[in-house]
Write a protein that binds this ligand. Structure first.
Ligand code: HEC
Ligand code: HEC
Ligand code: HEC
Ligand code: HEC
Ligand code: HEC
Length: 470
């Protein structure tokens, strides 16, 4: 444990120094397994008798959250999916740890204004650490410690959110043996129906965030609310918790089977189960197919030595929010168009439509510093540019005061891009145009600054087109 003394945070938003006690309920699994195998109401179990750290007996009786591995005993399939997702690793993620420990914490030594941001990071990225300390994070785990992410038990004990808007990690959760979920049948000792879990508001608790300047630096939920999907009642869960991670022909395709597996339990066969992989930018294979590209040209006008016009359609109609969404300060999406002419690849540059030229890589005033070698110069870039109070580009969410540029694809949008290409004089044969839409979680320059591994560009979509000469 690393103890941050109260002197370091002298203006004291979090005056008391407490130790986050880590209660690991080994006995809880045993007690629970026994009581769960029958459908009769349970008598008080071992865990229910334990005192809660803050002295109040929690609803349902359990004194601490159960580990995700304890759920694995009966929910093996869900556990396997969850283990692939970013939720379990939301703090054990090199870029999160590096920014938190190496950039943010050292700066709070001089500025108490940043301390609230520390608490916010923990609320969303390690909510168990947050609730176990009762929100008092003046003593934090050490950088080398394992820090839990968004665990099963945290999500399934969220009973609401503070205030009227779900955002900034404002969940209400207490340890409980009752797990809240989507099944609408008579409650038992283990579970109970929760409408919130079936709604986007549940996700919004962590997928919408205002920083210390009041800037909505993560606005995935707000973007969804303005989309046609919200009108149609298609929730985050319908896309992200179906098998594909998006809609196939406009409809979610769900898994079927039992929600729990085991010899001692009887679990109903269900037609509709929600997968827990939560595919996104981190999970390359699952997101392929969500975004589509198309190339259109007027073939009757393609001639050697003449300029031709190429249209590329970028179809974001399958996502329920902007693309890229989420951490506005980091995410980069870019379109590369290449002509493969006689064994050579000719990169076709995009025209800038923006005065400040932030929509084409290498042209904006911050690009020489921030956009590394990953993105070919002249590619169309879809991104938000965040700046700090000095007007410099901010790559840390807590420094961003304003978004000065934002051309990200809107939810449901099909954007048409327009390129021109000078067909070489000596071309002599048909050639191929190839367009790719790529995603980069964070720029290479940031990886270098933080000393972490570079993000691998992910190809979300590609399309090729053979061009015949006139
Ligand atoms: C990020 C929050 C989150 C995490 C983490 C999470 N779940 Fe869920 N889970 C949900 C939501 C939301 C639903 C309901 C989706 C709906 O109905 O729209 C759900 C549904 C379920 C269901 C009902 C069956 C089904 O598949 O629909 C079970 C059982 C379940 N979760 C168990 C688990 C277990 C076990 C883990 C960890 C291995 C886990 N969950 C991790 C949010 C989460
Ligand atoms: C002893 C076996 C067992 C263990 C261990 C277990 N569960 Fe369950 N769980 C079940 C069974 C059985 C169901 C009912 C499934 C159904 O109705 O289809 C269930 C249902 C659920 C539901 C659905 C709630 C609803 O009504 O919608 C959630 C959520 C859930 N479990 C979460 C968890 C979490 C989180 C853990 C770990 C902390 C866990 N479970 C551990 C057996 C278990
Ligand atoms: C209509 C389907 C749909 C809905 C509704 C939807 N999403 Fe998505 N989401 C997608 C698709 C498609 C992607 C893109 C996957 C990819 O990266 O190719 C995506 C990507 C994401 C990503 C990672 C992308 C990035 O840019 O880093 C997150 C996080 C996310 N969604 C969260 C949410 C949340 C939270 C909600 C609800 C407020 C939601 N989504 C609603 C389809 C949907
Ligand atoms: C308690 C907070 C919390 C809740 C509730 C929550 N998430 Fe997340 N989610 C996170 C965090 C934190 C990450 C980032 C993990 C990382 O990249 O380090 C994340 C990551 C994701 C990703 C992966 C993004 C990527 O780039 O690969 C998707 C998709 C996602 N969440 C969707 C959802 C959906 C849908 C819901 C609602 C059913 C939901 N989340 C509920 C905190 C939460
Ligand atoms: C409201 C909840 C919330 C708060 C507060 C929050 N985050 Fe996040 N963070 C997320 C979610 C959700 C994601 C993943 C999806 C996305 O990009 O929005 C994420 C993504 C990230 C990523 C990118 C991870 C990757 O693998 O690409 C970093 C880095 C990060 N957060 C750091 C921080 C730091 C540092 C703080 C505190 C200053 C913080 N976050 C505060 C919810 C939050």
């Amino acid at each position: 444990m690393l103890f941050l003394s109260s002197q370091q945070y002298s203006r004291g938003c979090f005056p008391s120094l407490i130790v986050i006690s880590r209660l690991i309920c080994c006995c809880a699994i045993v007690a629970f397994t026994l009581s769960c195998s029958s459908s009769a109401p349970s008598s008080t179990s071992v865990i229910e008798k334990k005192a809660h750290p803050d002295g109040h007996a929690p609803i349902g009786g359990s004194s601490d959250y159960q580990t995700s591995t304890s759920c694995k005993n009966c929910h093996a399939n869900i556990y396997e999916q969850y283990a692939e997702s970013m939720h379990g690793r939301s703090f054990e993620n090199p870029i999160v740890k590096a920014i938190f420990f190496d950039v943010l914490l050292p700066s709070t030594r001089n500025s108490n204004a940043l301390f609230e941001e520390v608490s916010a990071c923990i609320a969303c990225h390690s909510p168990l650490t947050f609730v176990r300390s009762g929100g008092d994070i003046s003593s934090l785990p050490d950088e080398g410690d394992y820090i839990p992410g968004v665990d099963c038990d945290l999500c399934h004990t969220i009973s609401g959110y503070e205030g009227s808007t779900p955002e900034g990690g404002n969940f209400i959760s207490r340890p409980s043996v009752k797990k809240l979920g989507p099944f609408k049948y008579k409650d038992d000792h283990h579970r109970s129906y929760s409408e919130l879990h079936t709604k986007s508001e549940f996700c919004a608790i962590c997928h919408n965030r205002k920083n210390r300047y009041g800037l909505e630096i993560i606005s995935t939920f707000s973007e969804w609310k303005e989309s046609s999907y919200a009108d149609k009642g298609i929730e985050c869960q319908d896309c992200h918790m179906n098998i594909q991670g998006f809609l196939t022909a406009g409809e979610p395709v769900y898994e079927s089977g039992t929600a729990a597996q085991g010899t001692l339990i009887t679990s109903k066969e269900r037609k509709k189960l929600y997968t827990h992989r939560f595919p996104g930018a981190h999970s390359e294979s699952q997101v392929v197919g969500a975004i589509q590209l198309d190339i259109e040209i007027d073939e009757s006008a393609v001639e050697a030595g003449k300029e031709m016009v190429i249209y590329v359609e970028v179809d974001n109609s399958k996502s329920g929010h902007k693309l890229p969404t989420g951490s506005a300060e980091l995410r980069l999406l870019y379109l590369e168009l290449v002509a493969e002419v006689g064994g050579r690849n000719v990169h076709i540059a995009a025209n800038s439509l923006d005065k400040k030229r932030f929509d084409v890589s290498g042209k904006g005033k911050f690009d020489s510093k921030f956009i590394g070698k990953e993105i070919l110069p002249g590619s169309r870039v879809y991104r938000a540019i965040c700046v700090d109070p000095e007007g410099e580009q901010a790559l840390f969410s807590f420094d961003a005061q304003k978004i000065i540029f934002d051309n990200r694809l809107e939810a449901s949008e099909v954007r048409q891009e327009f390129f021109t290409f000078q067909v070489p004089d000596d071309i002599g044969q048909p050639f191929t145009l190839s367009a790719s839409l790529k995603y980069l979680r964070y720029p290479g320059s940031l990886a270098e600054e933080l000393g972490i591994e570079e993000a691998k560009p992910i190809t979300l979509a590609t399309v090729r087109k053979e061009v015949q000469l006139k």
